[in-house]
Every structure is written in structure tokens, then in C-alpha cells.
Design a protein around this ligand. Structure first.
Ligand code: HPA
Length: 270
């Protein structure tokens, strides 16, 4: 069933040139698109079996083009479990992009900062994650056609790709924290003070509602991936301020330019 759906989506998109890098743009993070020489924009609802973005801050289209000489597919808008889709649906585009030939996956997201060293608007390269979501995108995929049944996760984020991102950030003069540990929660509510305290205790630096399902699937597909979080709110349990999605999007917007410059510089080298 899922394999058939992937085939149908791929066959719908197959006339486009093979892309080398897949990019998933997180909440409020769309400026990378201005670095792409766009060949074609395809709304998700036109693509067989693609879910539709239900979140207003996510545009919901696939963008085909080049950054430098590198052919890319960018997802302007991603899918989240809290929207009501299954884990297999939210990670469907990753499988489709892999079948379309991508060799690298870059992901961005807006996330809460648990680590006291992070402030709003900072960008953080992920090194690892803790999956606290209540479901798994590999559940039930018992056929070897999907990849390993028990994928190794000892290095979920590709160290070489991470190094290229760090070098690009340094060359552009943009500070990027390293070694971030991302805790993935289901959402859509934000966390309580006690939950932020718990996340800090278990070793999380960042918390968000996305990315990890996509990274799990990328690892099953043996697709090297890297992810960068933008810190949109400071999750200090002893001094917690109410936060709204509007504020999260606004803060993401302030960091969008530097994140996009880093991604564009990296993609053009891949
Ligand atoms: N928690 C979970 N997800 C988030 C947060 C947060 O504080 N900020 C942005 N996305």
C-alpha cells in the first residue's frame, strides 16, 4: 500500500530533473526559497497521496530548482503528527524525495530552548535526539523494501554534513551552537514548567514537535541528514512566560535570513 503510493507520487513528479538535496523548511522559515532558481512549484494537493498542510504558517508546496549548480527539492511547509496525520503520512515526502534521487536531507525547525546557554533567535545544529512522540513512522512496515527493520541510530545526524554546516556558518559570521539534543514531543500544546524541568533533566537542549519522524525515516533509508533548530522561546521552568504561535513565528522570522544563508551555502557545495 505505502509502496504503491510512493510509486504513484514519484511517477507524478518524475518529469522533473533528479534532485540532489532535499530540504524541509520549518515553521516561519521560508527565506531559503529566495536562494533557489525556481523551475517549478507544485502545491501538495496536486501530488498523489501527499497530505495537505493544515498549519497556516506552512505554505504547502514543493519547490524544484537549483541553488548554485545543485538541483534541489524544497518542502515549503511540513507535516506534523498533531495535525492528525499518521506518522507514515507525515514522513511520506521523505520517502518520495529519496525515490526521486536526493542524496542529502537538510531539515530546519522552530523549537524551544531548554539549554540555558541558548537565547531567542539562536541557531543550533542537532547532534542527537530523544523521541518522546507517541508513535513511530516505521511501525508496521515489515517489508525489507522500506529498509532495515531495526535501523541503527548511533549517529542519526550525519557528522560530515554537520561539519559542512558549521564551516558555512563560521564563514558567514553566523554563530551556530553545536551538539544540540532535540526532544520531540507530540504537541500541539506547549509544555508545562514541570515538563520543561523534566526535559532538562533527561538531557534535552531543545524541544519541538517535528523533525524526529523525518530523521528516523531518513536513517532507515540511509539518507545522510542534518537539522538546524531556531530557538523561538526560552523554556526556563523557573521564569516561564506565556508564549503564542504568533511570537514563535515572529522570532523564527528574525533568524530565517541567517539560517537560509547557511543552508544555501551548504547546498551549493553538495
Ligand atoms: N515546545 C515545543 N515546541 C516548540 C516550542 C516549545 O517550547 N517552541 C517552538 N516549538
Amino acid at each position: 500500500m505505502l509502496l504503491e503510493q510512493i510509486k504513484e507520487a514519484v511517477s507524478f513528479l518524475k518529469d522533473l530533473q533528479p534532485a540532489r538535496v532535499g530540504i524541509v523548511l520549518g515553521t516561519g522559515l521560508g527565506q531559503l526559497v529566495s536562494h533557489i532558481r525556481i523551475q517549478k512549484t507544485i502545491p501538495y494537493h496536486e501530488i498523489p497521496h501527499f497530505p495537505e498542510s493544515t498549519v497556516e504558517s506552512h505554505k504547502g508546496q514543493l519547490i524544484y530548482g537549483h541553488i548554485g549548480d545543485t538541483p534541489v527539492i524544497a518542502m515549503q511547509g511540513r507535516f506534523h503528527y498533531y495535525e492528525g496525520y499518521s506518522m507514515q503520512q507525515i514522513t511520506f515526502p521523505i520517502r518520495v524525495m529519496k525515490a526521486l534521487g536526493i542524496q542529502y536531507l537538510l531539515l530546519s525547525n522552530a523549537a524551544g530552548g531548554i539549554n540555558k546557554a541558548y537565547t531567542k533567535g539562536d541557531i543550533v545544529l542537532l547532534d542527537d535526539h530523544i523521541n518522546l512522540q507517541t508513535d513511530n513512522p516505521l511501525r508496521g512496515l515489515n517489508s525489507p523494501d522500506f529498509g532495515a527493520r531495526f535501523p541503527d541510530m548511533s549517529r542519526p545526524y550525519d557528522p560530515a554534513l554537520g561539519e559542512i554546516l558549521l564551516q558555512a556558518a563560521a564563514a558567514l559570521g553566523h554563530k551556530m551552537h553545536t551538539n544540540g539534543v532535540y526532544a520531540a514531543v507530540t504537541g500541539p500544546n506547549l509544555e508545562t514548567r514541570a515538563e520543561y524541568r523534566y526535559l532538562r533533566t533527561i538531557g534535552a537542549d531543545i524541544v519541538g514537535m517535528s523533525t524526529v519522524p523525518e530523521v528516523i525515516v531518513a536513517n532507515q533509508l540511509q539518507l545522510p541528514c542534518a537539522a538546524v533548530s531556531v530557538i523561538t522561546d526560552e523554556c526556563d521552568p523557573d521564569n516561564l512566560h506565556p508564549v503564542s504561535i504568533e511570537e514563535i513565528i515572529a522570532v523564527a522570522g528574525t533568524a530565517d535570513k541567517k539560517l537560509s544563508e547557511v543552508f544555501a551555502a551548504v547546498v551549493s557545495k553538495l
